[in-house]
Design a protein around this ligand. Structure first.
Ligand code: FPP
Length: 237
């Protein structure tokens, strides 16, 4: 692919339930199909040379779904980690899992630990899986950590700037996404990376996540390449 590439692409994977509903299938089948689309997105990212792919797999708010669906989602996560660990390691993909991992059940925490460990040397693509993640919760956590550091005399409040605030975030080490893709046509951010999306280009596609292919990723990147990013400034020249 020619033209300037987004260095970091983030995806709100949405529409698994509707995909299943359209076929009179249980919602969990939509989540299993969604796992195949994750492979498509990874291969598309490797093919184009995008450096970082961040996928919103499970939000803090998703804990309010019925227990049966949460169980299905944890099953998909475990199966993904089991099936994909070696493939991803071979492809040079390094997996990181960001979110409240301590809230996951023990088999899911084990699966996360194994996939992170098996892929730790990958340098072709960084794959961030956001699991039990919520951006407001993350921002509140950062504010609390900074307040505690100030109270303990470890930090001057005047020294708190964008850099210090970012580094207090759970995702402090994740650079801002250049491009955010949301599937299933919803025009919402849904509590995803609120700090980082300040100047991110947004791309919404009607495609339901289980139907997402690498061609949909390429279409989003081509659209991005036609945009002019100004970061609040006027156009040069
Ligand atoms: C949103 O669809 C999707 C989710 C809540 C889960 C996303 C998870 C996967 C794609 C599974 C595989 C991921 C990994 C990383 C193993 P929805 O259920 O909200 O769909 P709806 O809006 O149509 O009901």
């Amino acid at each position: 692919m020619t033209g300037h590439l987004p260095r970091h692409v983030a995806v709100i994977m949405d529409g698994n339930g509707r995909w299943a509903g359209q076929r009179n299938l249980p919602r969990r089948v939509g989540h299993w199909e969604g796992m195949k689309a994750v492979r498509e997105a990874v291969e598309g990212a490797l093919e184009t040379g995008v450096g970082i792919l961040t996928l919103y797999a499970f939000s803090t708010q998703n804990w309010s779904r019925p227990a049966e669906e949460i169980e299905a989602l944890m099953g998909v996560l475990q199966s993904f980690a089991e099936r994909e660990r070696r493939n991803l390691a071979r492809e040079g993909v390094r997996v990181r899992v960001l979110g409240e991992v301590e809230r996951l059940d023990a088999p899911s925490r084990d699966a996360v630990r194994r996939i992170v460990e098996a892929t730790r040397d990958g340098d072709a693509l960084l794959l961030n899986l956001m699991i039990s993640y919520g951006a407001r919760e993350e921002i509140v956590g950062a504010a609390r950590a900074l307040a505690e550091a100030a109270r303990a005399g470890l930090l001057e409040t005047d020294s708190i700037d964008e850099g210090t605030f970012r580094s207090a975030l759970l995702t402090g080490s994740v650079p801002d996404p250049d491009l955010l893709i949301r599937t299933s046509g919803e025009m919402r951010i849904s509590n995803f990376m609120l700090w980082h999306l300040a100047y991110t280009e947004l791309y919404v596609t009607p495609v339901l996540w289980p139907d997402f292919t690498r061609d949909d990723l390429f279409a989003a990147i081509l659209d991005y390449q036609r945009r002019e990013r100004r970061f609040g400034r006027v156009t040069a020249g």
